[in-house]
Design a protein around this ligand. Structure first.
Ligand SMILES: [Zn+2]
Ligand SMILES: [Zn+2]
Length: 211
């Protein structure tokens, strides 16, 4: 639910058919479109849509309210905010999360259904907890914000090489690099990853992946 996601989502799903949202952390590039989603749920002429669960870190409700321009204690109707857990079940999806290394409370998210699995890193510096969570995943959807030739701050983001190392160590069957930043050359991020995980690919809008 980061910036831009609500628009893209409507190409693939009816936003009134969404059953739940799981947030990795409360940086705006990972949650701010919940503000627009609230409007879409709440202000339909036929009346508000059913409320949906939103699992997020501590303070999700107050961050959401202030981001929308309301007081921190105002309840955002339509979005039933809950504390994210290690294990969640949502319809056919079994969801497992693990704390990552990032300046704010952040979790990676593993989603399993029908014998297949995806592990999304969210934002994180390198950590064995991501290797553990992603173990044997069909798809690792890992961030690769950094390049190893830069002097990168610790506990913030992964390089392409670090993302690839974790996906390889975890035995993931495919690797997509995401969270690509505009100041890096994406080809260089990919090349770095492919030295370790040759089948790594860059995520792109509209891409379909068979698990
Ligand atoms: Zn972040
Ligand atoms: Zn981010």
């Amino acid at each position: 639910m980061g910036n831009g996601s609500l628009g893209a989502l409507q190409r693939y799903a009816d936003i009134y058919a969404v059953d739940g949202v799981v947030l990795s952390h409360l940086h705006v590039d990972h949650f701010i479109d919940l503000c627009s989603y609230y409007v879409a749920l709440q202000y339909r002429p036929e009346g508000p849509a059913d409320s949906i669960p939103v699992w997020g870190p501590t303070d999700t409700a107050s961050r959401l309210a202030t981001a929308y321009g309301l007081g921190a204690n105002t309840e955002i109707s339509g979005l039933d905010v809950r504390q994210i857990q290690r294990n969640l079940t949502l319809g056919p999806f079994r969801i497992t999360t693990a704390p990552m290394r990032h300046p704010v409370e952040a979790r990676a998210i593993r989603v399993e259904a029908g014998g297949h699995s995806i592990t999304y890193s969210g934002d994180t510096g390198p950590t064995a907890r991501l290797t553990e969570l992603a173990s044997g995943s069909d798809l690792a959807l890992f961030e690769a914000s950094f390049l190893s030739r830069h002097d990168n701050p610790p506990d913030l983001h992964l390089t392409g090489g670090q993302a690839a190392r974790i996906a390889a160590d975890a035995g993931c069957r495919s690797l997509l690099l995401t969270h690509l930043v505009p100041w890096n050359d994406q080809r260089e991020v990919l090349a770095e990853a492919q030295q370790i995980y040759p089948a790594a690919q860059l995520a792109s809008p509209g891409m379909t992946v068979e698990l």
